[in-house]
Write a protein that binds this ligand. Structure first.
Ligand SMILES: [Zn+2]
Length: 308
């Protein structure tokens, strides 16, 4: 998954420090991130492994970007975001779409670029106080935006949502409900997913979304893993759940193009190389392990995650 960056440790604590020449500088414009592509993979973006670099402060020479805010560190490497609208792009660097970067390497820079894009969006969206409209200031000692007029403090926005692998494993049966969205360019088979509503525990989001999208009652929701999904300011929480009673799928055509049950043999390999998304991992887990996915307790899934 996108947050799995090998040996590297993501350090999210806000640190009060000064930018150094070797620190990475993230700059975003028009949904793109300032990058330099150093190696192109094959024609297939899913498996390609395009390679990219991010600029460091020293790459800007004497034209250092301003309005820098500390973002995070990965291992010893610090990352800053330049909140100014324009920077003087160093030689060879250009803006690449964040959605394209989803398939690029190395994994730790991909995670930094994507996570930084969420922070950048949040800082830019909160230049004015959401309560009184006054210009805000950056908190000097933590990741917050402060209104000097009414003292409102705004924290980064994270929207929780669920992904649910709905399975039918009664008796000899072993199948999973897959869905396809309307109007998406990448119409891959997916799992039921949706945002948590105000006043709703995650387990109820699971029950409501499964009922809304495919008309099934579910029981025994089990937590699998979670995943930050900065493309949409989301924290995704993955659950397995078993169909409860009538397994007849009724598709919500407002949202979905189609939905149906798949046995393990019927499942395609289109997700086998998806190394970034929780949805892809869960679909592949069911294809490989079938009903075994239900046996895994939360503790055991952590062990599995380490083994993979
Ligand atoms: Zn205010």
């Amino acid at each position: 998954m996108i947050q799995e960056i090998g040996e590297h440790v993501f350090c999210n604590e806000y640190v009060v420090c000064e930018p150094a020449a070797g620190d990475y500088m993230l700059h975003y414009r028009d949904r793109g991130c300032l990058t330099r592509v150093t190696g192109a993979g094959g024609a297939d973006a899913w498996t390609a492994g395009d390679v990219f670099e991010l600029p460091r402060l020293r790459d800007f020479g004497d034209k250092a970007p301003d309005q820098l805010v500390y973002a995070f560190a990965i291992g010893e490497q610090r990352f800053w975001i330049a909140l100014c609208d324009e920077v003087c792009a160093p030689e060879g660097f250009a803006y690449e779409a964040i959605s394209w970067l989803r398939y690029a390497e190395p994994a730790e820079l991909l995670f930094a670029a994507v996570t930084g894009s969420q922070l950048d969006r949040w800082y830019r969206d909160n230049r004015f106080c959401p309560r009184c409209g006054h210009a805000t200031e950056l908190g000097p000692r933590s990741r917050e935006v402060v209104c000097p007029e009414c003292a409102k403090i705004t924290y980064p926005k994270i929207c929780p949502g669920i992904i649910c692998g709905v399975v039918d494993c009664e008796g000899e049966t072993e199948r999973i409900a897959l869905t396809r969205y309307n109007g998406r360019t990448t119409a891959l088979w997916a799992l039921v997913a949706g945002f948590t509503e105000i006043g709703e525990p995650l387990e109820d989001t699971v029950r409501r979304e499964v009922m809304e999208e495919i008309g099934l009652k579910v029981k025994n929701p089990r937590f699998y893993k979670s995943q930050p999904w900065s493309f949409s300011d989301t924290l995704l929480v993955g659950f397995w759940a078993e169909v409860d009673g009538d397994p007849t799928i009724r598709v919500d055509h407002e949202e979905l193009k189609e939905a149906r049950w798949f046995t393990r043999d019927e499942m395609t390999l289109e997700r086998a190389d998806d190394r970034v998304s929780l949805t892809g991992e869960m679909i592949e887990q069911f294809r490989l392990r079938g009903r075994e996915v239900l046996v895994v307790s939360p503790g055991a899934s952590a062990v599995l995650a380490t083994e993979q």
